[in-house]
Design a protein around this ligand. Sequence first.
Ligand code: C2E
Ligand code: CA
Ligand code: CA
Length: 969
Amino acid sequence: MSPGPDADPIADRRLAAVVSRSRALTGVLARDGTPRYLSPAALELHTGLVDRDVEDLEFAVDRIHPDDFGVLAHSFATALEQPEHPVPVHYRIKFVDGTWRSIEGTLTNLLADPDIEGVVLDVKDVTEREKAESALRASEARHRRVLDSLAEGIILSGEGGRIIACNPAAEQMLGLPADDMLSRTTQELAWKLVRRDGTEIPNAERPADRTRATGEPVRDAVMGAADADGHVSRWLSANAVVVETNPDGTPDVVAVSLTDITDVVESSVEIEQNERRFRTLIARSSDIVAVIDPELRITYVSGAVGEILGYRETELLGVSAVELIHPDDLEDTFAAVARSIEGATEPDPLELRLRHADGSWLYLEALGVNLLDDPLVDGIAVNLRDISERRRIEANLHAAQVRFEEAFQHAPIGIAMLREDGHFFRVNPAFCRMLGYTADELLDYSFTDLTHPDDLDHNVALHERTYHGDLPSYVIEKRYRRKSGDWIWCRVHVTIVQDSEGAPHYSLGQIVDVTERRQFEERLAYEATHDALTDLPLRNLLIDHLDLALAGARRRASEVAILFIDLDHFKRVNDSFGHVAGDDVLVTAAGRLREAVREGDTAGRFGGDEFVIVCPDVADAAEAVAIAERVRASLDEPFSVRGTQMYVGASIGVVVAGGEGEADTMLKHADIAAYRAKERGRNRVELFDEHLRSAVAVRIETELAFRRALDEDELCLHYQPVVTTRGGEVVGFEALARWDRPGHGIVGPGEFLAVAEDTGLIVPMGMRFLRTACEQIVRFAAAAPDGSCPWVSVNLSASQLGQLDLVDEVASALAETGAPADRLCIEITESLLMQDTPTTIDTLQRLRALGVSLAIDDFGTGYSSLSYLRRLPVTVLKIDQSFVLELGLDPQGATIVASVIELAHALGMECVAEGVERAAHLETLARLGCDAMQGFLFSRAVPAEDATAMLGRRFLVTQLNHSGARSSR
Ligand code: C2E
Ligand code: CA
Ligand code: CA
């Protein structure tokens, strides 16, 4: 700006041109203050003139604000005194349009500078800035006013936690005057803060300090302001937030807002209530505070607007609130503002929608306070609370209610609401249709009135449990009575609905008619438990009935009878007339059983041709037998089969038991009694009495003992000698099974053979005896005095004969013991030979091929035909002892024996007579030419050693013969 003496004149001119076009306010004044030069902008500002030469100008002193003139003159004087030092100036000047402009800048004395030789004025127009500053001051005052009017206490703290501002509410809440607080740290203040539980909040934990340390806001911290004694005088809810940050981003100013919640804390008794109110209050503390003028322009808005509506505060200042309000809510808003202006003291909160910065609508609740009379506020202070969440919940709730109502009315399933006492208080149309009542009619009833008696206890129990809180819900299948009186099956799902306190409020039942399904299931269940042919209950159902009857008997101390009915000649009908005819008989028999029994008795089909009748209540065994007799008689009537009259008959076993009876055992015993009835000639009734019971007990005991007998080697063979009729020599022995049973002595086969058969042990037993017999043959051979060896015969059971490897077993027994095959004889009863012809004959032939002798045992008891006998490879025929015992008594007997002997001889067999007890028998047999004999007359079966002693001995047959002959004469 100060060209030197050698300045380029062109450059000087250019500079002058730039200056002349610039908006810079600058000029050069003479020592007396007269302007020597002013830049165009300065010229315009100070004179209102443009394009004038400075020489023509009169510096318009009168344009300077009179109040500023003296100061300006003083500054000019100062500048003159201090060459080259810029002296600040500040004055107002009247612009051409009549407005006052504020000018600020410097005067610099450059009079000594040869290039200038004047005082340089360098100023700026600061009018706008000052206007803004004064607006800001006004706004700050308004802020202050708002702050002062807030019920919330506000404390601002700056660097180091020093308090830089606080409002009256805060002073009051903390009980400290502002003067005491300002420029101290919160720690320096003598107040103690405590938590709800009474413990002191350490300094670092106080909201302001926490926020200062972390930079994070603290929300709704509840604390008590306590005196030195720890007595809490006030409860506060505090929010802390960083409002200004340092350039490095650390918190600079932290604002704490305090809400006095003492009333809430102290007045509420229940903690829940406290908490609810806390929530409300805490929600309140995050409200937006705004001030609007009567034209609804926003003149102030608090920071919460950012969080809630998404605007910056400055964005909204001066904006008309109308722009934010939903068109539909304008009318109400205007009305509320009008009321407020009229001075309504306690205006109702207004709900309105405001536009969020993102364009969506938010529900807020507005509460205005008329502060128009307050010159600093000059508006309506409005508290705005975000209630969009509440509205959303309300809307959802409403929608849910509508949906429920829809569902309730139109649901295809029944829906009913019940009170705790079981009464319906709402029912839907579907439920009404289900039960045939109108809704009004149903509301008179409790569910108990309409529930089937059999379902009632269970249902009531469930209902009570839900109201006691034991069950949140339950499902039950039950019967409801329709108005028409008939029952329907329903599946009911009941949920308990709680009130807001969580207590059971009412129960909600969803009811589906499942009658058809139940009927279908019942039919299936019936079919599964009833015989398709006779329609009688089947075994399992019958056992259920029996169990029930026994339970009843226990209660009544009465007796239960069961009848086990086995048809006698059913097989014959089936075999001769076919299954269809057999079925007819079964159906007829079932009908007769049904008729023969008393009411309450159950007749069932147990299997094939077996039936069982359960009589739940009989006086005694005699009554049961009488019923059985009646049943027997009814079945003894002829059955008409294909036009033919047939007699079927039945054997019936009866069991009577008290409550202690067990279904299984009773059935088994009844079966045994029926079997006994069959044994005793069929078509009769047999009571399972003490006798049968002990027989059964003995049988069971024997079975147990016999199973052990084989392992313990308690079984052995005794040998009964067979002597020749002619000379009395011992030619062989029959090996007979004996059991040396502990505690019983030597026991004969009559007592254990049946058990051996039943248990299947007869096979291993028989095979062992076969080997023992072979070993004995070898010993006999060694002991025989004259080198002759007796044969030994062994009895074969039916099971053994059926064994596939019988022949191999016999062969290996012979081979391993070294017994000569022709010394072994195998006895098979005539009745056994009659069964299973082809394989039996094959087996016998293969045994015979080994060289073993075969004997027909008990001959005369079966009905073998001559032609059949002829085909058997048998070598010996044993006349059954029943014929021998008759000899000498009945002349007819001798005739039979004679023809048997003749037959045997005719077939090339030897003949042995069994059961020779008396001399008379011997004499007759000798006369008839029987070859050999065995019997007590000679010897019983004896142990092996005793038998060995008999070898070579001669029984005095001749003498006996003689005496026998004599006695018979
Ligand atoms: P069985 O084969 O007819 O045997 C003859 C039975 O008559 C034997 O009875 C014998 O002791 C008996 N006895 C012999 N002499 C006389 C007499 O003068 N008067 C009378 N009243 N009886 C006499 P035991 O030993 O009680 O055997 C009975 C049946 O048991 C045998 O009849 C036989 O069928 C069967 N048995 C015996 N041992 C065995 C065996 O090891 N295996 C098989 N499967 N059955 C055997
Ligand atoms: Ca025998
Ligand atoms: Ca025999």
